[in-house]
Design a binder for this molecule. Structure first.
Ligand SMILES: *Cc1c(COP(=O)(O)O)cnc(C)c1O
Length: 396
C-alpha cells in the first residue's frame, strides 16, 4: 500500500516546492534572542521571533524554572481531573487573572488548544459564532469543532460585523471572536466598537490576546487596557509562547462560570497533559516581573518607533501598526521572497509573507521588534533594508 501513497506524497511535496511554498527551517544553536548563532557558527540578528519582551532567555525565568524542576520534578504524567494539579498551576492561573483583571483562568498546553477547546463546550447548533476573516488558524479550527452557525466579517470591518449581528439574531446566543492584534498587518482590533456592537446586539465577546498581550495598552496588558474595557470582554485567550516567556502554554481567562464550564467540558483540557511545573513556576515569576516594572514594554515600544521612523524616512512603505509587528509592503511575491533572502545574506532574519498567507498583491516583509533589541542592532537592520532595497529597486 505505501508505495502508491508514497508516490502521492512525493508528487504533492514536489508541487509545494515548485509553487515556492515549501517551508524550510533554519537550525539555531543558541538561546532565542536578538542575536542568534546558527549551526555553522555564524551569527544573525533575529527580527522574526514573537519574543516581544525579550524574555526567551531571561535569567530570572530560567532560574525559576530550574528551581521548580528540582523541587517539583519534570512532568505531571496526567491530566488534571484524574491526578490533580500542583499549587503552581493554581498560582499561575491566579497571576493571569490578576494581569488581565478577569475572574478566573484555565491553563492549556498551548493557545492552539485554548482556542480549539473554547467554543464546543459553550455553544450548540442553536447559537452563532461571528468571526473576523483574519482570525488565527486555531480560532478557525475551534469554530469548526463546534456546531454553532458561523458568520464571518471582513477584517475589523464594523459595518460588516453589524450585518452579521443582525442576521445572527436568529440564533439563541451569539459570540463575536477576534484576534487582539492581527499578525500580518499588526493592526489592533477596534475592541471599543466591537464591545458597543456586542451590547447593542446582545452578543458575547472573545479576544485572542496572543500578539496583543505584553504589547498593546499603556502597560501592555492587552486590548481591555488599551480601550478601557475591563469587565466588558467575556473571554480572553492567550499564549505563554510569545511575550510571556516564549516557551509553551496557553490559557483562557474571563468570566467565572465560563471558565468553570471549560474545566468540565473542554476537550484539550480534559484529555491532554497539564503544564510541567517548571513552566508554571517561570510563568509565576514572569507576571511578578511584569508587575514590578514597565521597562520591557516601554523599551519594546520605543524600538518599534525607532525602527518605523527610520524605515519611513528611507522611503519604505510601512503599513500603519499599533503593535510590535511592522509590515514593510512590497506588493510582489517574488520580490518579497528575494528581499528576505537578501536580508538573510546580510545576517538579518525577517520573514516574507506572500499569497495565500496575505491577499494577492499584498506581499510584504514582516519585522517583529523586541525589547531585546538595542538601537545599534536596529540601525544594522535598517542599513541592511536600505542596501537590499536599493539593490532590488524598492527605494532610491
Ligand atoms: C501564536 C498564536 C496562537 C497559538 O499559540 P500557541 O500557544 O503557540 O499555540 C493562537 N492565536 C494567535 C492569534 C496566535 O498568534
Amino acid at each position: 500500500m505505501y508505495g502508491r501513497f508514497q508516490q502521492h506524497l512525493k508528487d504533492q511535496l514536489a508541487e509545494i516546492r515548485e509553487a515556492g511554498l515549501y517551508k524550510a527551517e533554519r537550525t539555531i544553536c543558541s538561546p532565542q534572542g536578538a542575536e542568534i548563532t546558527l549551526a555553522d557558527g555564524s551569527k544573525a540578528l533575529n527580527f522574526c521571533a514573537n519574543n516581544y519582551l525579550g524574555l526567551s532567555d531571561n535569567p530570572r525565568l530560567i532560574a525559576a524554572a530550574k528551581k521548580a524542576m528540582d523541587e517539583r520534578g519534570f512532568g505531571m504524567s496526567s491530566v488534571r481531573f484524574i491526578c490533580g494539579k500542583q499549587d503552581l498551576h493554581e498560582q499561575l492561573e491566579k497571576a493571569i487573572s490578576d494581569y488581565f483583571h478577569t475572574e478566573d483562568t484555565i491553563l492549556y498546553a498551548a493557545c492552539f488548544d485554548a482556542n480549539g477547546g473554547v467554543f464546543e463546550p459553550l455553544l450548540t447548533k442553536d447559537d452563532a459564532i461571528i468571526s473576523d476573516a483574519l482570525n488565527h488558524a486555531s480560532i478557525i479550527d475551534g469554530v469548526r469543532l463546534c456546531k454553532a452557525v458561523r458568520y464571518r466579517y471582513e477584517n475589523a470591518d464594523m459595518e460588516d460585523l453589524e450585518r452579521c449581528l443582525k442576521e445572527a439574531q436568529a440564533q439563541r446566543f451569539r459570540i463575536i471572536c477576534t484576534d487582539g492584534v492581527f499578525s500580518m498587518d499588526g493592526n489592533v482590533a477596534p475592541m471599543d466598537k466591537i464591545c458597543d456592537l456586542a451590547e447593542k446586539y446582545d452578543a458575547l465577546v472573545l479576544v485572542d490576546e496572543s500578539h496583543s498581550a505584553g504589547v498593546v495598552g499603556p502597560t501592555g496588558r492587552g486590548v481591555a487596557e488599551q480601550f478601557g474595557l475591563y469587565g466588558r470582554i467575556d473571554i480572553h485567550t492567550g499564549t505563554l509562547g510569545k511575550s510571556f516567556g516564549g516557551a509553551v502554554g496557553g490559557f483562557t481567562t474571563g468570566r467565572k462560570e465560563i471558565i468553570e464550564m471549560l474545566r468540565q467540558r473542554s476537550r484539550p483540557y480534559l484529555f491532554s497533559n497539564s503544564l510541567p511545573p517548571m513552566l508554571c513556576a517561570a510563568g509565576i515569576e514572569l507576571f511578578k516581573m511584569l508587575g514590578e516594572s514597565n521597562e520591557l514594554h516601554d523599551r519594546q515600544q520605543a524600538n518599534v518607533k525607532y525602527f518605523k521612523d527610520q524605515m519611513e524616512a528611507a522611503g519604505f512603505d510601512i503599513h500603519p501598526t499599533e503593535s510590535a509587528i511592522v509590515a514593510v509592503m512590497l506588493y510582489d511575491p517574488i520580490l518579497a521572497g528575494n528581499f528576505a533572502r537578501e536580508m538573510a545574506k546580510e545576517n538579518i532574519f525577517v520573514t516574507s509573507f506572500t499569497y495565500p498567507v496575505v491577499p494577492k498583491g499584498k506581499d510584504r516583509i514582516r519585522v517583529q521588534l523586541s525589547a531585546a533589541h538595542d538601537f545599534a542592532q536596529i540601525d544594522r537592520a535598517v542599513a541592511a533594508f536600505i542596501k537590499v532595497g536599493r539593490k532590488l529597486g524598492v527605494i532610491k
